[in-house]
Ligand binder design. Sequence first.
Ligand SMILES: Cc1ncc(COP(=O)(O)O)c(C=O)c1O
Length: 469
Amino acid sequence: MTTAPAPVSTPGPSQAHSRATTTLLADACARAARYLRDIPERRVYPGEEEIAALAPLREALPEHGEHAARVIATLDELGSPATVAQNAGRYFGFVNGATFPVCIAAQSLTAAWDQNTGLRIMSPAAAAFEDVALAWLIELFGFPAATAASFVTGATTANFTGLAAARHALLARAGWDVESDGLFRAPELRVILGEEAHVSVRKSLGLLGLGRSRVTLVPADRQGRMRPERLPRLDDRTIVIAQAGNVNTGACDPIREICEMAAEEHAWVHIDGAFGLWARVDPAHAAMVDGVELADSWATDGHKWLNLPYDCGIAFVRDAPSLRAAMAAPAAYLLTEGEREPSHHNPESSQRARGVAAWAALKFLGRAGVVDLVRGCCDRATQFAAHLRDAGFNVLNDVVLNQVLVSFGDAERTNAVIRRVQQDGTCWCGSTVWQGQTAMRISVSSWKTTPEDVDRSVAAIISAAAAVH
Ligand SMILES: Cc1ncc(COP(=O)(O)O)c(C=O)c1O
């Protein structure tokens, strides 16, 4: 019979245990610091070799545990080289931001706290940090002070949360309790959506029983902005979903016009502002989302442009009782203490303390730092567009925010250039099809991207294009 080695992480109050924990955390911390030191100069996307080196992970479930230090060593030795260097300056895929050292440190400490923040009584500390971070965000975006807000997993869930409040409010007005009675035989709601709305909005509509396709689509212009003159007649059973920041072009719907039209008819306006809402904090870009404070609910991400660690979205709802009616799930043992019980404001019950890293980032940056972050990404996007145009390539969008779409010719050639750029590893850009044209999609969302990073990336893109015939 074999005996298992005692795992170092075995709980116990002994001195040896606490020394081992200190050593383990110091080792993880040193590894994390080395990782951050080295990523700026390594391939942005792991090579085939690094990905193949993950193979030993696929072992059978071990019968006996391993030394905690060895577990962390394996994680670092196999995992770190195979990561995507998103937490650096030359990753331009999707809308994935980097994160700040202060957030990594805050998140590490929060991991040690291991707080469940579903209810205030479970963690007075986490609740206090969340309260402050949410109040600061409400102030940054210029929303009414009484707006209800909640941290969620991402903008998809934030859209779901805002739209659940909308569904509640509009049906309650019609005398229907949707949370109790569902949608069978409920009064009809109408949902109006720009034709370039993000796919996560349709997903949320599907989850809410409102239907991914049972929507009235409003045509968009060449930048993807809803054309407000094409909005159908609105009424008090209508939800209009507008967008701040098209995922391809960065363009924002004409929000003030939409909100003013909706207000006259008591329609509900929800804004999907996953990243574009951050334009609001920079005076140089705020006009793009003019009137955004007039909406009824909003979704945004912390993990995109605020460069918070994953996962972190934020939902805001003007009418707090509607959000609570949609989300509250009381039970005798779930002791509540105050107005903002997190699990009564979002779809989750148990949840991690997302607000701590949000608080840390905002405390570290201050308002001015957030403005610099947004402005810097927009400046780098403009720099990308200018250099790529100078090199003779076709920039398909008006670069109004942090998104750039570039065509290198037909779809085949453009895709070949994108593949070469991805293989080269200097930077990473994804692909898309924008209004029928295949394009390279460059999203500048990292606080780490410098003008030199843009220059190096542009040089890599130009040489990839030259190599593609
Ligand atoms: C406009 C828009 N809405 C929603 C989302 C979904 O965000 P998440 O992945 O955080 O759920 C995105 C993601 O890019 C987006 O760009």
